[in-house]
Design a protein around this ligand. Structure first.
Ligand code: ADP
Ligand code: ADP
Ligand code: MG
Length: 650
C-alpha cells in the first residue's frame, strides 16, 4: 500500500478519499486554489499545497502544477476524484512519466471510452448491446437528418464528447431536426470544443440503470451490481438508489455480464461505471437495455453501492492501484438491503434551479445518515465550483424503510445562508410514483409544479418568526417576556424576499403568545428545535440566527427572514450594503434599475451571467439607486462595483 497519496480534487470527493486513506494509515496531501485555502479538504489533509488561482483552469485543472506538488511532498500516487482531471488521458500519461501512480484506469482505457461514438463502436464489437443509431464520422446535417429518419423518431442528438447532460437534444419530429442539431452543436462547441454529434433512438419511458465495475488491469473484472439513476433533471442525476426497483435476477445477470465484458474489452483497471439506458415502458427484461457510455472514474453516486455491498470502493481503488488483486471475487459479492443518495445543492428550485452562492451560517444533519460533505458550517459556497453542499446516503433493510429514512433525514436537515434544493428533494422522496418504484427519467419534469411549489409562509410560521426574532422562544425561562420592562405588546418587523411585514406580538404568559392573530403555546425549545401548538395544532420548527438574519425551518422547508436594521433608514448603513459588486467574473446581462429608482431589500438589481448561468443580484436593503456603474453587455471582473445604493431618503 502507498504511504502518501495526493488528492487532485476538492470538496466532498477529496474529503471522501481522505477518509479512507486515513483509515488505511495512508498520509494525504491536499491541493487547493486561493478560493479554497481554508476549505475542509485542506484542513483534513496531512499536508496541503497551493496550486493557483480560483478559476479551475488555473488550479485544479493545472496538471503540471499538481504533479509538481506530488513530487515536492513525496506522494507516490495521485487520486483524481471525479470531474477535473479524472478522465484526462494526457494527465494520466504525465503522471506516469513523472514516476507516480495514477489511481484509476490506463490512459488507453480512458481514450477508448472518451468519445461516445468510438465507445459505442467498440462495445458493439465486444457484443454489448448499444442504442440503435448512427455514430459514424459523417457530420453533414442533411445526412444526419436522413439517418434520424431511418432510426425513427423520436431521436436523441448527442455530442460525442459530451458529459454532464450537455450537448443533447431530444427531437420528436423531423421538422425540428435541423434547429436542434444546430443548437446542440453550439452548446457542444462551447462546452467541449468538439461539435461532432451522434444520433440515436430515444428510448421511451427511459430508465438510467448503471453497473459498477472493477477491473484489475490484467483481464479480470467484477461488477458490484446496479444503481438506478432515473430521477434526473436536465439529464443530471438527483436521487440515486441501489438496487434498481423491479430488477430481476435474470436482468441483473445480463447487465452485469455485459458491463464486465465492456471492462474486459479495454483491459480496465480500477473503478468504473457502465451506463445503460433501459426500456422502462414495461417490466425490466434482458433484451431491453443498451450501452450509453462508460465513466472511467469513481462516480458521484458510488456510496449507494458501498451501502448495499459493504465494500469501500476507494479502498479497492487504492489496493488495485498499488498492485494488489481485486479484494473479492464475483461469487463473494452480495446485496444487502436498499440504499438511496440525494444530492443537496445550493440552488433555487423556484427559479429554475439557478445555482446560488453564500456562506452557510448553519449546517446540521440528523444522526443515522451518511453525510458526504466538503463544507462545514461557516464555509462559503463560492461561485468558482460546483454548488454541491452534501450528499445524504441512507441504507435500510427494504426499499420502503430506506426511502422513508431518506425523507425524514431530508426533513430534519438544516441549512441556512443559501437557498437550497432540500425542500424539493424531500417532496421528491415522498412522490407517489417514486415511492411505488415507478421511475423513469421524465418523472421529475412531469411533476415539476408539485415538486417546486411557491414558498408559503402562513400566519403560524410568521408568529413563530416574530417570537424568535424577539428571542422569546426559550420557554424554559418562566419569566421570558416578563423579565425586562419591555412592553408586553410589540410590533415586530420582518422582511422576507424584499417584502416587509409587521407582526403584532403579545406575550401572555410563560411560553404563551398571541402573534399574527394566532395563539401560540411553546412546549419545548432545545438546541434550536422548537415544539409548539398554534391554535391547538402541534407543529415543529427549527431556528437559526446569524446577525439580523433568521431562518425558520419547518420540515425540509427553510424560510429566510431578516429583521430590518432600524438604523439603516436613519442614514447609517453598513458599508457592504452600499455597493453591489460582481461576486464572480461575468457578463452583465440585464440591468433592472436606473439611477434614482427606489428599491426594497430583495429586489433584483442586475442579472450577471457567469458559469454559463444567470445570477440575479438583489438589493441587500431598502434604498435608492445612487449610481449604476456598469452597462448591459459589459464584461466585469470579480469585485467590480456595479450599483451603489443610497439611503432611503436620499
Ligand atoms: P455523474 O454521472 O457521476 O454525475 P458527471 O459526468 O455528471 O457524472 O459528473 C460528475 C461530477 O463531476 C459532477 O457532479 C460534477 O460536479 C463534477 N464535474 C464534472 N466535470 C467537472 C469539471 N470540469 N470541474 C469540476 N467538477 C466537475
Ligand atoms: P452524459 O455524458 O451527459 O452523462 P449520457 O449519454 O450518459 O450523457 O446520457 C445522459 C442522460 O440522458 C441519461 O442518463 C438519460 O437520462 C438520457 N439519455 C441518454 N441516451 C438516451 C436515449 N437513447 N434515450 C433516452 N434517454 C437517453
Ligand atoms: Mg452519463
Amino acid at each position: 500500500m502507498f504511504q502518501r497519496v495526493l488528492i487532485a480534487n476538492r470538496g466532498e470527493i477529496a474529503c471522501r478519499v481522505m477518509a479512507t486513506c486515513r483509515r488505511l494509515g495512508v498520509d494525504t496531501v491536499a491541493v487547493h486554489s486561493d478560493a479554497d485555502a481554508g476549505a475542509k479538504h485542506v484542513a483534513m489533509a496531512d499536508a496541503a499545497v497551493r496550486i493557483g488561482l480560483a478559476p479551475a483552469a488555473e488550479s485544479y485543472l493545472n496538471g503540471e502544477r499538481i504533479i509538481a506538488a506530488a513530487l515536492e511532498t513525496g506522494a507516490e500516487a495521485i487520486h483524481p476524484g471525479y470531474g477535473f482531471l479524472s478522465e484526462n488521458p494526457d494527465f494520466v500519461e504525465r503522471v506516469a512519466a513523472a514516476g507516480l501512480v495514477f489511481i484509476g484506469p490506463s490512459a488507453a482505457a480512458i481514450r477508448a471510452m472518451g468519445l461516445k461514438d468510438a465507445a459505442k463502436a467498440l462495445m458493439a464489437e465486444a457484443g454489448v448491446p448499444v442504442v440503435p443509431g448512427y455514430h459514424g464520422a459523417e457530420q453533414d446535417p442533411g445526412y444526419l437528418a436522413e439517418q434520424a429518419a431511418l432510426i425513427g423518431y423520436p431521436v436523441l442528438i448527442k455530442a460525442v464528447a459530451g458529459g454532464g447532460g450537455k450537448g443533447m437534444r431530444r427531437v420528436g419530429h423531423p421538422r425540428d431536426f435541423a434547429a436542434a442539431l444546430a443548437s446542440a452543436r453550439r452548446e457542444a462547441q462551447g462546452a467541449f470544443g468538439n461539435e461532432a454529434m451522434l444520433v440515436e433512438k430515444y428510448v421511451t419511458a427511459p430508465r438510467h440503470i448503471e453497473i459498477q465495475v472493477f477491473g484489475d488491469g490484467f483481464g479480470d473484472a467484477v461488477h458490484l451490481f446496479e444503481r438506478d439513476c432515473s430521477l434526473q433533471r436536465r439529464h443530471q442525476k438527483v436521487i440515486e438508489e441501489a438496487p434498481a426497483p423491479g430488477m430481476t435476477p435474470v436482468m441483473r445477470e445480463a447487465m452485469g455480464e455485459a458491463a464486465v465484458r465492456a471492462a474486459q474489452a479495454i483491459g480496465y483497471s480500477g473503478a468504473g461505471t457502465v451506463e445503460f439506458i433501459v426500456d422502462g415502458s414495461r417490466a425490466l427484461h434482458p433484451d431491453g437495455f443498451w450501452f450509453m457510455e462508460m465513466n472511467t472514474r469513481l462516480q458521484v453516486e458510488h456510496p449507494v453501492t458501498e451501502a448495499i455491498t459493504g465494500v469501500d470502493l476507494v479502498e479497492w481503488q487504492l489496493r488495485v492501484a498499488a498492485g494488489e488483486p481485486l479484494p473479492l471475487r464475483q461469487e463473494a459479492l452480495a446485496i444487502s438491503g436498499h440504499a438511496f443518495e440525494a444530492r443537496l445543492y445550493a440552488e433555487d428550485p423556484a427559479r429554475d434551479f439557478l445555482p446560488a452562492i453564500g456562506t452557510l451560517t448553519h449546517l446540521a444533519f440528523p444522526p443515522g445518515v451518511r453525510v458526504d460533505a466538503g463544507i462545514r458550517a461557516g464555509d462559503a459556497i463560492s461561485p468558482w465550483y460546483d454548488p454541491m453542499i452534501a450528499k445524504l446516503i441512507v441504507h435500510g433493510p427494504t426499499r420502503a424503510t430506506a426511502l422513508g429514512a431518506l425523507a425524514r433525514a431530508l426533513e430534519a436537515s438544516r441549512v441556512a445562508g443559501s437557498v437550497t434544493n432540500l425542500g424539493f428533494l424531500a417532496r421528491l422522496a415522498r412522490q407517489a410514483d417514486f415511492v411505488a418504484g415507478r421511475v423513469d427519467t421524465g418523472l421529475i419534469e412531469r411533476n415539476i409544479d408539485a415538486l417546486t411549489p411557491p414558498a408559503a409562509r402562513d400566519a403560524g410560521l410568521l408568529a413563530v418568526a416574530a417570537i424568535a426574532a424577539e428571542g422569546l422562544e426559550a420557554c424554559a425561562d418562566p419569566l421570558a417576556g416578563f423579565a425586562l420592562w419591555a412592553p408586553l405588546r410589540r410590533q415586530v418587523v420582518l422582511e422576507a424576499e424584499g417584502e416587509r411585514q409587521t407582526v403584532a406580538l403579545e406575550v401572555r404568559g410563560p411560553g404563551r403568545f398571541l402573534a399574527a392573530g394566532q395563539e401560540v403555546a411553546v412546549d419545548r425549545c432545545e438546541g434550536g428545535e422548537l415544539a409548539c401548538r398554534i391554535d391547538g395544532v402541534a407543529r415543529r420548527f427549527g431556528l437559526a440566527r446569524a446577525g439580523r438574519s433568521l431562518t425558520i425551518f419547518e420540515g425540509a422547508e427553510a424560510h429566510g427572514l431578516r429583521r430590518p436594521d432600524p438604523l439603516a433608514g436613519a442614514g447609517e448603513v453598513q458599508g457592504s450594503g452600499d455597493e453591489i459588486r460582481a461576486p464572480m467574473p461575468g457578463l452583465v446581462r440585464h440591468l433592472a434599475v436606473e439611477t434614482g429608482a427606489q428599491v426594497a431589500a430583495g429586489d433584483v438589481l442586475v442579472v450577471l451571467e457567469a458559469m454559463k448561468m444567470e445570477h440575479a443580484l438583489t438589493a441587500p436593503r431598502d434604498g435608492t439607486v445612487a449610481e449604476v456603474a456598469v452597462a448591459a453587455g459589459q464584461q466585469v471582473t470579480e469585485g467590480t462595483v456595479m450599483i451603489r445604493l443610497g439611503s432611503q431618503d436620499d
